[in-house]
Design a protein around this ligand. Structure first.
Ligand code: ADP
Length: 458
């Protein structure tokens, strides 16, 4: 076994570096790609060899250049590609083109990408697997009247969601019947411009839920395990900011039921590789929302509480390995450890005092935290790095581990305080306010916490 000889990472920044590190540990040579704007980016130098991609294309389009990437893979002898998250990670055409060229895609099958790229199709799969979904329309809606009648039947508020939406965008909450017309039209036009399709569907808006998601791994032999859950309720405008593993708000029964539901869904569709099944939890009930068929930003905290390296596992699975056999084997479900608590904060180059406006320029000073129980995953986190406006503003992921949740939070607070960054504004002062807040420390929060707690912005 072991067909994978060399891995190209079709991504940039911290996740590209994260994957190169795993490859190096597994003694697999790596190939990086970089856009013209990323000429000085750190990920370029963390690969064994790197090539310019998408010459003449816009900064983001360079990393979406499917044929350019395939060409680099072939000429460098990379016979596997890891897509990271974002960019081409969930692009069915990319997965299919790699397959045609005989290059291994380190991710699920293209049919899974198809199933989960569209939230309406994903919902259908959840229903088929018999797991609870939020009351919603069975498929896309095609008229204002349909939206209004859903609202009347189930009661407002409701939420209109873009079928192809992602990244916390393409959602519109509708509080009453009078708002339906405008919300429907806006949701459709926003969906069209952001995701290329104006298809939308409707769900009941769950009041003050927690966002709980389950990490799963599946192999080509039908083995599926979960690595427990993450609580990602600390969100700003539906985007995750701080994540926790495991959740401090679930009792054992609810935790088991949610994890079992995720595994049931994955088994039902013979899911392969790493994925995340997301749920909303309110009043002791849980409801499926979507599946992310890829590695996620917050995978670090699951690794810290289980000891399982998810990228190693992804490569092992893509290499045709059995989850529970070989050097990279992981324990059977009942033996997967869960120890302590981990928290991740997403440090971004955004100014919390100016509506999180992205800042750009040179990092004049960059000193990070450290010490026991800390993990840092940075992209361009070094003195002299130039932060450009072209890509997302994630600077470094700070993850801390502790024997108790309070311990992990104290380590996070200390680490954030230890950072010295000059020349570029960051959201660190805001993150400090979050991880010190009593509601955070006691689990007394839901997805509306940040948006409804003005003192966090001071
Ligand atoms: P995306 O793919 O953009 O991340 P999700 O469907 O995963 O979108 O939802 C992101 C967040 O939006 C959730 O974590 C939650 O805070 C909020 N959300 C989505 N659907 C609902 C709903 N029906 N009721 C309440 N909140 C919702």
């Amino acid at each position: 076994m072991g067909q994978i000889k060399k891995i190209l990472v079709a991504n940039r920044g911290e996740i590209a570096i994260r994957i190169f590190r795993a490859c190096t540990e597994l003694e697999i040579p790596t190939v990086g790609i970089y856009s013209a704007e990323d000429r000085g980016s750190f990920h370029r130098y963390k690969a064994d060899e790197s090539y310019l991609v998408g010459e003449g294309k816009k900064p983001i389009d360079a990393y979406l250049d499917i044929e350019g990437i395939i060409k680099i893979a072939k000429s460098s002898g990379a016979n596997a590609v890891h897509p990271g998250y974002g960019f081409l990670a969930e692009n069915e055409e990319f997965a299919r083109r790699l397959e045609e060229e005989g290059i291994i895609f380190i991710g699920p099958k293209s049919k899974h990408l198809d199933m989960f790229g569209d939230k309406v199709k994903a919902r259908e799969q959840a229903v088929k697997a018999g797991i609870p979904v939020i009351p919603g329309t069975d498929g896309p809606v095609s008229s204002v009247a349909e939206v209004a009648s859903f609202g009347e039947k189930h009661g407002f508020p409701i939420i209109i969601k873009a079928s192809l939406g992602g990244g916390g965008r393409g959602m519109r909450i509708v509080n009453s019947a009078d708002e339906v017309l405008e919300a429907y039209e806006r949701a459709r036009s926003e969906a069209k411009s952001a995701f290329g399709s104006d298809e939308v569907y409707v769900e009941k808006y769950i009041n003050k839920p927690k966002h709980i998601e389950v990490q799963i791994l599946g192999d080509t032999y039908g083995n599926v395990v979960h690595l427990y859950e993450r609580d990602c309720s600390i969100q700003r405008r539906h985007q995750k900011v701080v994540e926790i593993a495991p959740s401090i708000s679930l009792d054992d029964k609810l935790r088991n039921d949610i994890c079992d539901a995720a595994v049931k869904l994955a088994k039902n569709i013979s899911y392969i590789n790493a994925g995340t099944v997301e749920f909303l939890v309110a009043d002791g009930s849980f409801y499926f929302i979507e599946v992310n068929p890829r590695i996620q930003v917050e995978h670090t905290i699951t690794e810290m509480v289980t000891g399982i390296d998810i990228v190693h596992a992804q490569i092992h699975i893509a290499n045709g390995g059995n989850l529970h056999e070989g050097e990279a084997a992981i324990p059977k479900q009942e033996d997967i450890p869960l120890f302590g608590y981990a928290i991740q904060s997403r440090v971004t180059t955004e100014d919390p005092l100016n509506d999180f406006m992205p800042d750009t320029g040179k990092l004049m000073v960059y000193r990070s935290g450290g010490g026991f129980g800390v993990r840092l995953d940075a992209g361009n986190g070094f003195q002299g790095a130039v932060i450009t406006p072209y890509y997302d503003s994630l600077l470094v992921k700070v993850s801390t581990w502790g024997t108790s949740f309070r311990d992990a939070a104290a380590k996070m607070n200390r680490n954030l305080q230890e950072f010295r960054i000059r020349g570029i504004k960051t959201n660190i002062p805001f993150l400090e306010n979050v991880v010190r807040h009593e509601s955070f420390l006691t689990g007394n929060y839901d997805t509306s916490f940040i948006d409804s707690t003005p003192e966090l912005f001071e």
